[in-house]
Ligand binder design. Structure first.
Ligand SMILES: Cc1cc2nc3c(=O)[nH]c(=O)nc-3n(C[C@H](O)[C@H](O)[C@H](O)COP(=O)(O)OP(=O)(O)OC[C@H]3O[C@@H](n4cnc5c(N)ncnc54)[C@H](O)[C@@H]3O)c2cc1C
Length: 484
């Protein structure tokens, strides 16, 4: 069922904002993450109220500050403290809650699936696509059923409960085999998400373990595996090596050059043939652009680069002068490293937002357009306790110096003062109080299997209708290759 009609104007390649000279242009931003929220906020600052009506479409009414997700999973932080509510952070833009499921560039119409299940169509004069990325799914038997991703608040809360539940069940296990399986946790992917997750959770469990009468430290086993030959390759060999030593020193088994062959309910087979009894597989083996990007590219034959939508240095989509894309879903040329695209990081997404807003405004006669050019400021990785590694401005840091830079960076990057204060207070309380090991039970297991967590069915339904109709007979859609 469709609610809300298409407003007048749009389509046919004309510019309705020019034909109706006095009417504010309709600017539509898709996604409320680092790229989307910051684009909307920059547009609010740049464009006078009479010049544009800004609408932000997103399935969540908040922006998630994902770099602190591992600390939510480990119970350091209250989940509400790392989300920035749209209602409080947008002054003028109107949020519309729902998934964009179809982008019709010719008619300039966006179809949104509302939480009620109804659909609504929104039209635009300017469109900014920032739907981000989803967990990379690979053809590993059992992955969709038994592995859990780590990109959303639901997944972080579920994993915290799940890991605590495994300890509780292991504490009363009937057999040593059952206890071993429940106490073994496998994380796949040694980038920042997987490495931070394993470091934070290992530290968390080491702290709460004495509360379980029948479990000892030696019972708990953490494994981190990756096909690459280093952890945190983003940070360079020296810091990667330091992190590796630190994790191994804490008892984490790090298996490099190793992938997963099969996942079952109670065991995993690794590529070297080892069977690992476990009921916990956390899948952080990279990301791929949102399925909305693949569907839109397929429908309009837009070029992709490893699944991300190709844009130029102005973040504009080739052939569509009023459409921009940025963030994890877009392949943005990196002018500081010719021939490469910017990596899928929050730092780039947030900075690209300024360029996108500037160029949208320029297209409406306010200011001049500009290219995206940003020197990477480096990465910060919190490894729990007193440990961290960071490479701000290419200076390798570890220990207390890295911890200070890491926390300082997060406080600076959080987009609201309220969040900054809450996060700082959480760190302070965590330094002096014992963490709770109670399960909260908010998130049912069915909500976090990979296809459910990524809502892939929504887009599959669309591909079976509008998307496939747009392709000439016999032509196959571009494949959604992966990045990150
Ligand atoms: C655990 C973890 C730790 C990380 N740590 C770091 C770090 O330390 N440093 C760093 O630079 N990066 C880090 N990242 C990566 C960083 O979070 C991403 O690069 C960044 O979020 C990308 O911004 P984005 O706006 O493109 O996507 P996102 O922030 O993911 O936002 C996408 C938005 O689009 C919405 N959306 C999705 N589909 C649709 C749709 N169909 N219709 C409408 N809206 C839609 C989503 O709900 C969301 O609001 C981390 C990521 C994770 C998961």
């Amino acid at each position: 069922m469709t609610v809300g009609g298409v407003a007048a104007g749009g389509g046919g390649g004309e510019d309705p904002s020019q034909s109706a000279a006095d009417a504010p242009a309709r600017v539509l931003v898709v996604g409320s993450g680092f790229a989307g929220l910051h684009t909307a906020r920059a547009l609010e600052r740049t464009l006078p109220a009479g010049k544009a009506r800004i609408t932000l479409v997103s399935p969540t009414d908040y922006m998630l500050y994902s770099p602190l997700l591992p600390e939510v999973a480990a119970g350091v932080m209250d989940p509400r403290h790392i989300v920035v509510p749209l209602a409080q952070s947008l002054r003028r833009a109107t949020p519309v809650l729902g998934f964009a499921v179809d982008v019709d560039l010719e008619r300039r119409v966006l179809t949104v699936q509302l939480p009620s299940g109804q659909t609504r169509q929104l039209d635009w004069d300017r469109l900014v696509l920032c739907p981000g990325s989803v967990t990379r799914d690979l053809p590993v038997p059992g992955l969709d059923e038994y592995a859990r991703g780590f990109k959303s608040l639901a997944e972080a809360l579920y994993l915290r409960d799940h890991v605590l539940q495994q300890l509780e069940l292991a504490d009363v296990a009937q057999t040593p085999d059952e206890r071993a399986g429940r106490c073994t946790f496998l994380v796949v992917g040694a980038g920042y998400a997987g490495t931070e997750f394993v470091a934070q959770m290992q530290h968390f469990l080491a702290g709460v373990l004495p509360r379980y009468r029948h479990l000892r430290a030696a019972d708990v086993r953490w494994l981190l595996c990756d096909t690459a030959d280093a952890v945190l390759p983003e940070l360079g060999p020296a810091l990667g090596e330091r992190t590796l030593r630190l994790l191994r020193g804490r008892g984490v088994e790090v298996r490099l050059g190793t992938s997963v062959k099969q996942i079952r309910a109670d065991a995993v087979t690794l590529s070297d043939g080892t069977d690992v009894p476990t009921r916990t597989v956390v899948w952080t083996a990279g990301v791929t652009a949102s399925p909305l990007i693949a569907a839109t590219a397929s429908r309009h034959r837009l070029p992709l680069d490893k699944g991300r939508l190709k844009v130029d240095a102005f973040l504009a989509v080739a052939g569509w002068q009023d459409v921009w894309a940025l963030g994890d879903g877009a392949a943005v040329p990196d002018l500081t490293r010719p021939g490469q695209v910017t990596p899928p990081t929050a730092q780039h997404a947030q900075r690209q937002a300024k360029t996108a807003a500037r160029n949208v405004a320029a297209s409406l006669g306010v200011g001049r357009p500009g290219r995206y050019r940003h020197h990477d400021l480096g990465l910060v990785v919190d490894l729990a306790g007193r440990d961290a590694v960071a490479r701000p401005l290419r200076i390798p840091l570890s220990g207390l110096a890295a911890k200070t830079v890491t926390r300082g960076y997060h406080l600076m990057a959080l987009p609201s003062t309220g969040n900054r204060i809450r996060v700082a207070v959480d760190w302070l309380l965590d330094a002096v109080l014992a963490r709770s090991a109670a399960q909260l039970g908010y998130i049912p297991e069915g909500a976090v299997a990979l296809p459910a967590a990524e809502h892939t069915k929504l887009y599959q339904a669309m591909a079976g209708t509008a998307g496939s109709m747009a392709l000439p007979h016999g032509q196959h859609p571009p494949s959604a290759a992966t990045s990150g």
